[in-house]
Design a protein. Structure first.
Length: 174
């Protein structure tokens, strides 16, 4: 790769790596796997950088690559048998800020656990629409489906998320 292309890819990677990692975490629920997914997506983008660099929808392209990388990883046989449902013990963290109150952290964790219970396409639509703030059209482009599919998957995903969160709250209360 030529030096200017190398530099433009590095600038892209520095600017988008954190967002890709956060989206990957919301997809898979594991920070270590999210890091691996982000790195794999960046490698795939690097390989095709000279073809996609001039495209103005590079952000959507990177989301598409990340989404497909996650879906490919989910299909691997060794991932099917592994379920990470164990509870991590609570520890007080003095570095937390006022926005990270226990109630806010509890609600965020509850929504995230509910999100992990959703089917992959519904989870992907909700992450892209509500966490990455993509429009219906942009989400359809990233996922490679119609806008109608995005709308129906969003509606089903939100209903399933409400049900899942209610179920989790019921378990905590009892």
């Amino acid at each position: 790769m030529r030096q200017p292309d190398e530099e433009s890819f590095r600038a892209f990677a520095v600017e988008h790596a954190a967002r890709l990692r956060r989206s990957a975490y919301l997809f898979c629920g594991d920070w270590h796997l999210a890091e691996d997914l982000m790195q794999s997506a960046l490698i795939k983008i690097y390989r095709s950088w000279t073809r996609v660099e001039k495209d103005e929808s590079l952000g959507n392209y990177s989301r598409t690559v990340l989404l497909r990388t996650w879906l490919d990883e989910k299909r691997r046989p060794w991932r099917r048998s592994e379920q990470s449902e164990a509870m991590v013990p609570e520890r007080h963290d003095d570095a937390r800020g006022p926005a990270d109150s226990p109630e806010r952290l509890w609600a965020r964790d509850l929504v995230h656990r509910g999100l992990l219970r959703l089917p992959p396409r519904q989870r992907a639509v909700l992450v892209l629409r509500y966490f990455d703030d993509l429009s219906v059209a942009e989400t359809a482009e990233v996922m490679g489906c119609s806008e109608g599919t995005v709308k129906s998957q969003t509606a089903r995903g939100l209903n399933a998320l409400r049900s899942s969160v209610s179920d989790l709250v019921g378990r905590v209360a009892s």
